[in-house]
Design a protein around this ligand. Sequence first.
Ligand SMILES: [Zn+2]
Length: 163
Amino acid sequence: MKRVSRIHERVKAQRRDFAHRESRKIVDRFDLIGVEALNIKGVASGMLAKSVNDAAWAFFLFCLTYKAANAGRRVVEVDPRGTSQECPDCGAVKAKTLSERRHQCSCGPIDLDRDYASALVIEARALAVAGASDLRRNGPLARCVCNAPSPSGETGSSAVATQ
Ligand SMILES: [Zn+2]
């Protein structure tokens, strides 16, 4: 039992270390960071695995938010509803099961990694909340889609940031 608790402690420490490191990287790179608002009701009523996951996400958001505040960056929480179902290009709802990993829509036609498509939706919502449409005019946006494979090879929890 003691050994199990030691392993738990180590995993917890690794998670914390990861959250500190990855949130630092994001804050160093981006001025505006859009994240899905945590569903507090889900935390309270969820299963254990979900609660653990949500606690890790909450801690990551905590790190991200205070580091951003210290660095003069902005973290914007957006409504998480439907971010994985909405087309980032035309706004149509494309219902998917969790196993469907691609977002496809006839508007483009578009064929994107599901997580990347969600990130684009989160980004658009964050820009709308921040009233930061001027950021788009200042050049292309640098995107970090944590959790999804990205060109820079960055990993982490779901977050979108615009530079
Ligand atoms: Zn579309």
